[in-house]
Write a protein that binds this ligand. Structure first.
Ligand code: ZN
Length: 68
């Protein structure tokens, strides 16, 4: 199973979770129970042009052209 990194916008906690692709978007914060966002470390698969000149800036959550 892959490890995904998450950050909680509610309490600021950051943590890693070992989960499946099916459940990776169902993770909640270990600290406060709020829904968390995945942190993306990789570059956009479609290249910088798909995400602006700075790429995804480490966060592809709002990037429609990203494979993460
Ligand atoms: Zn939290």
């Amino acid at each position: 199973m892959p490890i995904y990194e998450y950050s909680c916008k509610h309490c600021g906690a950051k943590f890693e979770v070992l989960t499946t692709i099916d459940k990776r978007d169902d993770v909640v914060c270990k600290n406060c129970g709020e829904k968390v966002s995945r942190v993306y470390n990789g570059k956009c698969s479609f290249g910088a042009n798909a995400c602006g000149k700075d790429g995804c800036g480490g966060n592809c959550a709002s990037c429609a052209g990203c494979h993460h």
